[in-house]
Design a protein around this ligand. Sequence first.
Ligand SMILES: [Zn+2]
Length: 510
Amino acid sequence: MQLQFFCSALALGLFLSPAAAQQPSPDVVRQATQASFREYIDLLSLPNDAANPADIVKNVEWLEGAFRKRGFTTQQLPNNGKPLMYGEYPRKVAGAKTVLFYMHFDGQPVTPENWAQKNPWTPVLKQRNAQGAWEATDMAQLFGATVNPDWRVFARSASDDKGPIMMFLAAFDAMKAAGIEPAINVKVILDSEEEKGSINIGNVATAHRELLRADAILIHDGPRHASEKPTLVFGNRGNTTARLTVYGPRSELHSGHYGNYAPNPAQRLAALLASMKDDNGRVTIPGYYDRVKLTDSERRILAEVGDDEAVIRKRLGIAKAETVGATLQEAIQYPSLNIRGMAASGVGERASNVVPSQALAEFDLRTTPEAPPEYLFGLIEQHVRSKGYFLTKGAPTEAERAAHDRIASLTLGRGSKAARTPMESPLGQWVDGVLRKTFSVNGADAATVRIRMMGGSVPTDKLVEALDTPFVIVPLVNGDNNQHSHDENLRLGHYFDGVRALIGLIRTAY
Ligand SMILES: [Zn+2]
């Protein structure tokens, strides 16, 4: 619709705005997209578990060929036998911004017997039957004149994340067919071990900082929001672990002989933990949330996300949410103090009637850019001390045991950093504007979902951190794609939409 709107506007000689750059016609986009399906199937046929470097090399060689065919210069970035691919579109636009597009071509390991097809690396085209179940249909239809947007291709990495790579290539095919060039300078990095946590991408990026230099990074990975509206994600929380151990008697004691006499560390740990939060789940440690300031405009954008929280609570099996934020989206803008596990002596078959000698709780702290791990850890430490605890480094000495009633140790683990690009930044406005225009209906801008910061952490952190460049995640695939599991799939309607979104981005200056 948007494209037709532009075409008629251009035919009338109207020039709308810089954002309304000339785009390929809907027909050209559709044809280029359909023509890319053969390569998509080829790419999905290459096994891509990063546990097998030889497979990664085959993928990267295939990808270099595909990018070169579109005029890109490419090179492999060495990474312990599992190279990443770098590509650059050679035609430069004077004065335009440079955008580095990130996608990954490795996939999760597969368990073929769980898949409802012969092999996860032999793609199958499926449609829903009258009973709503997926059934295989003739793959040749994929290359016919009309393609049903509700058909899906089932294969490992169909969505995560080879689909977006092929959408990107198809976007260039459509532009070429229309005789138009990018309005931005385009660089591409294709990751080879995202599913293994991109453990080395920070080092690779640091070693090639000049090559990868860009004004912005766009990350195309993960599914759209459940509403299936065009989605932008501006950041992610970090994650750091911490361990709190409360010490009791030197060794486990007979609870008949010493219960009511020797203080129980499990009881004390429970009291200490209880002192950290109120009944609504809000951390009561002074200052824990203080550094997070949401503006009215950010709160409004968060409210616009429009999660159906009744459905979410039902899915989670909880009657009531905690009140850290007014909504789920607001809640995950704050740092968390989550008990990820607790232990003291044994339970069930391993239980014995003892006063335990120690009790421990492990936390994961979800951090934000303004509330980093050291800051939160310092507050927790202060709080534990304020409850009368003497803090040791590891097990207490005899002298410490003799001198202090309450003894604990607190250690901070390692983790990933939080990162966030302001939603109202020029980058945020550019991406949001492009998506609104690209998917507009009858000239009215489409609604987008803007996620200020997702709750979890992503491996791309290390890339963003190494390059110190603002980023936005623009997921393109369907939410019900089964990524990471068996029967991973991509809905073809999302493939078409992804190509349109990418053309919009590449053809619009910012
Ligand atoms: Zn992914």
